[in-house]
Design a protein around this ligand. Structure first.
Ligand SMILES: [Zn+2]
Ligand SMILES: [Zn+2]
Length: 278
């Protein structure tokens, strides 16, 4: 028997080609059970033994979890067991592990009002929905190694390499394209969940005031790992104004991107503005 056959079978079983509604692309991705297993491994190896790390009040955890759940429910990806944790830390940050586990720092909770927190968590959920973490790991390490790590849960060399790849991602950040995509998705999710999407812009502006772009910027990881704030603000403004002008058909639900659209092409029903509706 070909010694590679079991591995090939494993690779086939651990991957699936899907249409990803978050990115609008056909993609070969790790299956959700594999991604979730990698997330549990990463949490164990990173010492994230609880959703409450350090001195975190039940109110702080509750706020992160309630906000996160509202957003996850309207996201483009609902097949992962979303979990929201809080880490006591005096820097503005939030990060996402494989399989839908998202941690936010206490400083972020202190700094952000509810709409701004929704923007931060919506952005992280955007990374989950677009499968950015899994795709980074796939590109960095290859599928075979990840499946080895997932199948041999424990402190194997494979899972150690997976965790060091994650640390690399958290310190260097996602690609600019992935960050902008997560912003775009985050804006959608905040709007769908009934938050004010402009919270994202206000939060960026708050970060800019606290740490003007430049040398000081490097002190904040959430800032540093993201494209320059001014570019994100400009993109977010554009995205929000496009969302505001979207029309939809109250009869069949079809959406129209052009604000000039007046009647549904299918049933000729007069269109309504999408903005403000869940
Ligand atoms: Zn990000
Ligand atoms: Zn219609």
């Amino acid at each position: 028997m070909n010694p590679l056959a079991p591995l090939a079978a494993l690779i086939l079983a651990g991957c699936a080609t899907i249409y990803n509604p978050a990115t609008g692309r056909q993609e070969t991705v790790l299956t959700t059970p594999i991604e979730t297993a990698l997330g549990s491994l990463a949490r164990a190896q990173m010492g994230l033994t609880s959703l409450k790390m350090g001195r975190v009040s039940p109110e702080e955890l509750g706020r992160a979890q309630e906000t996160g759940k509202r957003l996850a429910q309207v996201s483009d990806r609902k097949d992962v067991p979303y979990q929201f944790g809080v880490i006591q830390d005096d820097s503005i940050n939030a990060f996402t592990l494989p399989g839908g586990t998202i941690y936010v720092h206490t400083k972020t909770l202190e700094t952000a009002d509810d709409d701004e927190l929704a923007a931060v968590l919506g952005h992280e959920i955007g990374h989950v929905a677009a499968r950015h973490v899994a795709k980074h790991l796939q590109a960095d390490l290859g599928i075979a190694l990840l499946l080895e790590a997932a199948s041999r849960a424990g402190a194997s060399g494979e899972s150690a390499r997976m965790v060091s790849s994650l640390y690399g991602l958290f310190s260097k950040g996602f690609s600019r394209q992935d960050e902008l995509e997560a912003d775009r998705l985050g804006i959608r999710y905040t709007q769908r969940a009934g938050f004010d999407p402009e919270g994202m812009i206000r939060f960026f502006e708050k970060m800019e005031r606290e740490r003007p772009e430049g040398a000081l910027d490097r002190a904040s990881v959430w800032n540093r790992t993201h494209p320059l704030t001014s570019e994100r603000i400009a993109r977010a403004k554009k995205e929000i104004s496009e969302l505001k002008s979207r029309m939809f058909c109250p009869e069949c639900g079809r959406e129209y991107a052009s604000p000039k659209a007046r009647f549904c092409e299918k049933d000729a029903t007069p269109l309504k503005k999408k903005w403000g509706l869940p």
